[in-house]
Design a protein around this ligand. Structure first.
Ligand SMILES: [Zn+2]
Ligand SMILES: [Zn+2]
Length: 371
């Protein structure tokens, strides 16, 4: 079948909107009609060549929700008509990590930038008959996607699919970083550096944990204002040493229990580290461009202050556990989802969506498709 898709063809160029050919699902795969897909900064890093992928053309997009239209013969537990969220790391179910329920650490994870399906073959071709990759084994910037069942989580059918797309990436990444990685406790202080898609969800994750104060830091004033709506108690418009100073001032010179680095780690990790209290945690939730191979942290300072620096991908817990749980928190009103969506776009407008992201206008832009 044919599918309209946004293809990554050239580094630094806009995505190319084209009709591609999509093959039917293999035995362990499903065909999904994409209903909504979020414009995450990770895809933008790929478009700009800051995060290398192994092939082009490739359909980007990894924050997708939709409806199952067909299933392969060996698929279990997923049926036609099911509403699904696609996970940007597959849970193969067989590796040592998946067997422990740690799908966010799946051994297949490093392959998500390669292009082929989980089984190593391709389902997409362009007009010239050339094989087309699928970013994160999803390729969500398209009307339809064929994905392995390892990337599929079935959700309740009454959840709006635009909201469901948000729990594919940004929401679990942020909320989980606070809840599962730092394990923020009631009354502990939190700093969130970078209040975009991930950071804003760290803010609401910290609020769910009962943190106080929650200090949001960003250089876009509107994002500090939005952060208050998600639970931030303070906003700091500063970077570098000025950021460290401002946070120390707000915490009686002690620093925060937990700092979250949600944008540009090469520039923000050291200021965040120095704004963290002794024995505190520094959690990195953001990508660093491939071209940056090191970040300097004074080792004596690390030793004597007894801080921990840690990474968190996918909120440091299986998306299979987190996605239903986060949607349940949305139902009870404890988790904000609708408020995360700044604008929606048609697929043909996707490059405008990324221009808006770059301009700091969007908390989350979402491409939505007519059913
Ligand atoms: Zn993402
Ligand atoms: Zn696995």
């Amino acid at each position: 079948m044919e599918s309209l898709a946004a293809l990554f063809r050239n580094v630094g160029a806009p995505l190319s909107i084209e009709r591609i050919v999509l093959d039917p699902p293999g035995p362990t795969e499903v065909l999904v009609r994409v209903a909504a897909v979020g414009l995450c900064r990770t895809d933008y890093h790929v478009m700009r060549g800051e995060r290398r992928v192994a092939m082009r053309p490739m359909v980007l997009g990894h924050e997708a929700a939709g409806v199952v239209e067909a299933t392969g013969a060996a698929v279990g537990g997923i049926e036609r008509g099911d509403h699904v969220v696609l996970t940007f790391i597959p849970g193969c179910g067989r590796c040592r990590w998946c067997r422990q329920g740690l799908h966010h650490l799946c051994a297949e994870g490093p392959r998500i930038t390669q292009g082929p399906q989980l089984d190593g073959t391709y389902r997409r071709r362009d007009g010239a008959g050339r094989e087309v990759g699928a970013f994160c084994m999803i390729g969500g910037f398209a009307e339809r996607a064929v994905v392995d069942q390892a990337s599929v989580v079935v959700i309740d059918r009454d959840i709006p699919l635009d909201l469901a797309s948000l729990v594919a990436c940004g929401v679990p990444a942020g909320v989980g970083a606070a809840r599962n990685r730092a394990r923020v406790k009631p009354g502990e202080s939190v700093l969130v550096v970078g209040c975009g898609g991930d950071g804003m969800n760290v803010v609401q994750g910290a609020r769910l944990c009962g943190a106080s104060p929650i200090i949001a830091a960003d250089i876009v004033p509107a994002k500090l204002e939005w952060a208050r709506g998600f639970g931030a108690t303070h906003g700091v418009n500063a970077q570098g040493e000025a950021l460290t100073r401002a946070v120390l001032e707000l915490t009686e010179g002690v620093g925060v229990n937990h700092a979250f680095v949600c944008i540009d780690p090469p520039a923000t990790l050291l200021p965040a580290f120095r704004a963290t209290a002794k024995a505190g945690n520094v959690v990195v939730t953001a990508l660093t461009p491939d071209s940056v191979s090191e970040i300097k942290i004074p080792p004596l300072e690390l030793f004597v202050t007894q801080k921990a620096i840690m990474g968190a991908v996918y909120g440091f817990a299986s998306p299979r556990l987190q996605i239903p749980e986060l949607l349940a928190l949305w139902r009870t009103g404890e988790l904000k989802l609708r408020e995360l969506i700044t604008r929606t776009y048609r697929l043909e407008e996707i490059n405008r969506g990324y221009a808006d992201l770059e301009a700091g206008k969007n908390l989350r832009g979402v491409v939505v498709f007519e059913p």
